[in-house]
Design a protein around this ligand. Structure first.
Ligand code: CDP
Length: 410
């Protein structure tokens, strides 16, 4: 609730606020991402003395199911102030203020979440104010959207929440608790720097149009600065994850290198042993070859000797057999010669007989001629004269011929 602005919150000389900031200066802001292990996404924002934790679950099944939306996800936000978050103990029961802040934050996030990608599901955002120092709804919106991004919920843009207010008729950025309570008014906005879109705008107090425009402009500039902080926080987390992966990969690489070295050493040793064994094998093979060559040479010598001895024995046997067979051969040759002579004699006898037959035929022819001649000359029977004269001459010739035949037969 805004005050009447009577409390002096800005130094007239310096123009600085009670906490030393300029009118357009944000409180020291820091965001941590992924601070909860059991949430899908989480963020912790330190904005001045505000400490606000946001946790995101989903998209997940919705209970009760009758609340499910058929075409999109239901975004449910639960803004709670811890009992210890304020100076006076806060009742743990949800207040109207908490329900109102839960609704405006839920509506703002609904404008950027791609809810149609997850129909009939719910995306639950739990915001717990651990320590309140003014402007908790804006800081809660910033933390919630950063947690959504950490959870991987698809969004059109990142919303950054910050308020601008009127203090001592001065528009200032990011009011803290005293300025929020004693100032003339405040305008909390939710702004997406990437979309250049305002998703949340509330106003408490009385502003002129110029003051309103100046406040909104100042809040947008502040939101842009917060957006950079959100990006940095998200990048730091994933840079850490990347570094962890890189470290793991480096460790793995180192382990792989060690294993490679070990394997290479073992391989080298095995190769050396293999070489030695190979050398031994080669030497043994050479020795075996030499042995086999020597053995073969000896065997060849033995074979040659055996063959020589066999040849000698054979030659001796042949000589002996020749010696034994020699007279037989001589007798055979003689027999052969005798048979050849006999054959020639037979042939000669055949020739002689043939000649004798031819001579007998000729003699018969001559006798007949002489008989014919004598018969013609004497008128006697040819056969008697011829037979007398012829007998004498014939007998002489026959005797000579018979002598020749006898000579030939001999
Ligand atoms: O926190 P925000 O400015 O967004 O909302 P508010 O309703 O204007 O609250 C103003 C401030 O009053 C809060 O930031 C708290 O610091 C404080 N407060 C409190 O002390 N006890 C409460 N039960 C509620 C709010």
């Amino acid at each position: 609730m805004a005050g009447d602005g009577s409390v002096k919150l800005i130094d007239e000389k310096t123009g600085k606020r009670t906490d030393g900031r300029k009118f357009n200066e944000l409180r020291p802001t820091k965001i941590e991402v992924g601070v909860l292990n059991n949430a899908d996404g989480s963020a912790l924002i330190y904005m001045g003395n505000n400490k606000i934790l946001a946790a995101v679950y989903g998209p997940r099944e919705l209970h009760p199911k009758h609340l499910a939306l058929p075409d999109r996800a239901l975004v449910q936000c639960y803004y709670r102030m811890s009992t210890f978050s304020v100076a006076e103990r806060k009742s743990p029961a949800p207040s109207r203020r908490e329900r109102e802040i839960s609704k405006v934050i839920s509506d703002a996030l609904n404008s950027v979440i791609l809810t149609k990608d997850f129909p009939r599901t719910t995306i639950d955002i739990y915001i717990q104010v651990l320590q309140a120092d003014g402007g908790t709804r804006c800081a809660s919106l910033t933390a919630a959207c950063t947690a959504l991004a950490d959870a991987g919920i698809p969004m059109r843009g990142i919303i950054s929440g910050v308020a601008a207010g009127l203090v001592n008729d001065t528009v200032v950025l990011d009011l803290h608790d005293i300025e929020d309570q004693k100032g003339s008014g405040d305008i909390p906005i939710g702004y997406s720097a990437t979309l250049d879109e305002i998703s949340l705008l509330q106003l408490d107090g009385v502003f002129t149009i110029e003051q309103f425009e100046e406040a909104v402009k100042l809040a947008i500039e502040g939101a842009k600065q917060i957006y950079e902080i959100q990006k940095k926080a998200l990048r730091e987390k994933y840079a850490l994850i990347r570094a962890e992966f890189a470290g793991e990969s480096e460790e793995e690489e180192a382990e792989e290198e060690d294993t490679i070295e070990i394997v290479s050493q073992s391989l080298a040793e095995s190769e050396a042993s293999v070489d030695e064994t190979a050398i031994d094998e080669v030497e043994s093979e050479e020795l075996e070859e030499k042995k086999t060559e020597e053995v073969s040479e000896v065997e060849e010598v033995h074979e040659v000797e055996e063959s020589v001895s066999e040849i000698e024995e054979v030659s001796e046997v042949e000589e002996v057999s020749k010696a034994e067979e020699a007279p037989e051969a001589e007798s055979v040759s003689e027999v052969e010669e005798v048979s050849e002579v006999e054959d020639s004699e037979v042939e000669e006898q055949d020739l002689v007989s043939d000649i004798a037959e031819e001579l007998n035929d000729e003699l018969d022819d001559e006798k007949e001629l002489e008989e014919d001649i004598t018969s013609l000359e004497t008128g006697e029977p040819e056969k008697n004269n011829e037979s007398i004269t012829d007998d004498s001459s014939e007998s002489v010739e026959n005797e000579t011929e018979h002598k020749e035949i006898d000579d030939l037969e001999e």
